[in-house]
Design a protein around this ligand. Sequence first.
Ligand code: GUN
Length: 287
Amino acid sequence: MNKILDGIKLSEELYLELQTRINKAKLKPTLAVIQVGNLSESNLYIEHKKNKAKTMGINFKLISLPKTIQTSVLVKEISKLNNDIKVDGILIQLPLPKQIDLPQIFSIIDPNKDVDGFHPYNRGQLDFSPTETTLVPPTAKGVITLMDKYDISVKGKHVVVLGAGIISGKPIVKLLLNMGATISICTKETLNIKYFIKKADIVISAVGYRDFFHGKDIKKGAVIINIGITKTYNKVYGDPHFDSVLKKASFITPTPGGTGPMTVYHLLENTVICAEKKLKNGTKKHS
Ligand code: GUN
């Protein structure tokens, strides 16, 4: 039986549907990305997003700012993009330098252009079951889509989420709760994380620590979804020790090629959702 949750294959199928949506409505979406500083990891992520956007006919606009800027400068840049009728989606690449006030930044993005789903309005929407037009954080949505397309039900299951960050862990928990899962959230403060991993029907790992757990640490037949990545000079690794976990799991995401491509897909889908809403509603707020 094929145990691999193939995010490349699935995202390619979904891109075909998204392309049809873009073509049918004659959309010309624009995604603006703000990068503060010049982290090599961020450069790589941004390059991926840019390349995929181009193949989909989505305009990509990169605004690069020096890493020493204060919050007020970033606020002005975001306001410019909020007011630019040509811009459909705004993404602020994380991590941001320490001097930047994150809650302030995310509260001033136009919620209708918030492709990362970080604005408090969009965050609040996650307390209810999201609709097709809710701007759900792309990584979280990617995990849900991947499980859904492989017919993995979360209802009544014990899902253990490793990591409670704003990009993945926190929004995933909200989505899973809406879907009837029972959830344990572990952070670096959790005592005896291995106890929780062993109890999980589904593990969703966003730790960023290579070989964080092995086959012996999981329940037989568990589903293992990896988000965390560790880069060496020529290779990328996920949190699970892949070979030993593969033997015992019922499904596992590869790294790379699992949740990463799904994140980029949902980011571009969110950009299309923003463009569709603009077409439908003009500039009306919170539609
Ligand atoms: N940095 C790494 N992943 C992400 C993401 O999903 N969104 C943003 N804004 N920054 C990131």
